[in-house]
Design a protein around this ligand. Structure first.
Ligand code: F6P
Length: 319
């Protein structure tokens, strides 16, 4: 492998820039040429490709977002799209492609691999919802951003003796909400993976007030999708003013934390090492704290679960 391409795909995540930089500089250390593909698979189809040098990836390590930009491409996910993408990569002399993104992006990477363009996947998403890895780039930054935002919500909830229902990102995965509920001292957390009892939550709020609490935080995953209804419901039943806040995209922006910078750099450099050794069609993952690589089909089959202990912990701490 002499020339590699690198792209970011799906939702952006803080640390993606650090990962691009590490892939590029890691590959350059092995004497490989590096092509940056703009706008994910969409840009690949359109040949939005340019050579990167060590300077083109300087001063991006600390920046949120992805300087290569990203997209969710519909036209790519067809047989014709895959064929075209492989052809464009060939024209630009790309022997292998590094895809930084989530599970959806890996499906694209696998299709490319099957069509003759070797790929390596690097986990980049704030959701931490990739089965084969215990950590995804962007997760720690998103958690810290949301944690600080909820601390601020708590200040005002406490002053007004209100209940705050805070909707956080994570798509259909509850990793973000569950960790925030623990870190922000929430009375309850509602996630798509576990059933919840609204009466129980109302009871927790009422009992909390009776014990002298002056604020109540309920963290809800966006995947549950009933935030405003929930809010109304809690207010009606408890008589406590209840407000909804949807944190939204603030969670996806910002300078990556140390954990995200270091993890992205390790994973990016590892990806370059694999390609330099001719190892292809792998997903980079973190398992037991170590960076490893897993065959792409196997990686896509893997699943992981929210630890039930975390839900218990929220309950225990809400007294
Ligand atoms: O995957 C990251 C994420 O921010 C999810 O938490 C969220 O559901 C989704 O992306 C939103 O995607 P988009 O910005 O394309 O609407």
């Amino acid at each position: 492998i002499k020339t590699i391409g690198v792209l970011t795909s799906g939702g952006d995540a803080p640390g993606m820039n650090a990962a691009i930089r590490a892939v590029a500089r890691g590959a350059m250390c092995h004497g490989m040429k590096v092509m940056g593909v703009r706008r994910g698979y969409h840009g690949l189809l359109r040949g939005e490709i340019e050579e990167l040098n060590s300077r083109s990836v300087s001063d991006i390590l600390q920046r949120g977002g992805t300087f290569l930009q990203t997209a969710r491409s519909k036209s790519f996910a067809t047989e014709e799209g895959i064929k075209k993408a492989v052809e464009v990569a060939r024209i630009f002399g790309i022997d292998a492609l590094v895809v930084i993104g989530g599970d959806g992006s890996y499906k694209g990477a696998r299709a490319l691999a099957n069509a003759g363009l070797p790929t390596i996947g690097i986990p980049g998403t704030i959701d931490n919802d990739i089965g084969c890895t215990e950590y995804t780039i962007g997760y720690d930054t998103a958690l810290n951003t949301a944690m600080q935002a909820i601390d601020k919500i708590r200040d005002t909830a406490s002053s007004h003796e209100r209940c705050s229902v805070v909707e956080v990102m994570g798509r259909n995965a509850g990793y973000i909400p569950v960790n925030l509920a623990v870190a922000n001292g929430a009375e309850a957390v509602i996630i798509p993976e576990a059933p919840y009892d609204l009466d129980e939550i109302k009871k927790t709020v009422i009992e909390g007030r009776n014990r002298g609490k002056s604020h109540y935080i309920i963290v809800v995953s966006e995947g549950v999708g009933e935030t405003f209804e929930l809010c109304k419901n809690i207010e009606e039943a408890t008589g406590i003013e209840t407000r909804a806040t949807v944190l939204g995209y603030v969670q996806r922006g910002g300078s990556p934390t140390l954990i995200d910078r270091v993890t992205a750099t390790k994973m990016g450099s590892y990806a370059a090492d694999l390609l330099a050794n001719g190892t292809i069609n792998r997903i980079i993952a973190q398992q037991n704290g170590k960076i490893v690589d897993i065959e792409i089909n196997e990686a896509l089959e893997m699943t992981k679960n929210i630890e039930p202990e975390m839900l218990e912990l929220v309950k225990k701490m809400s007294i």
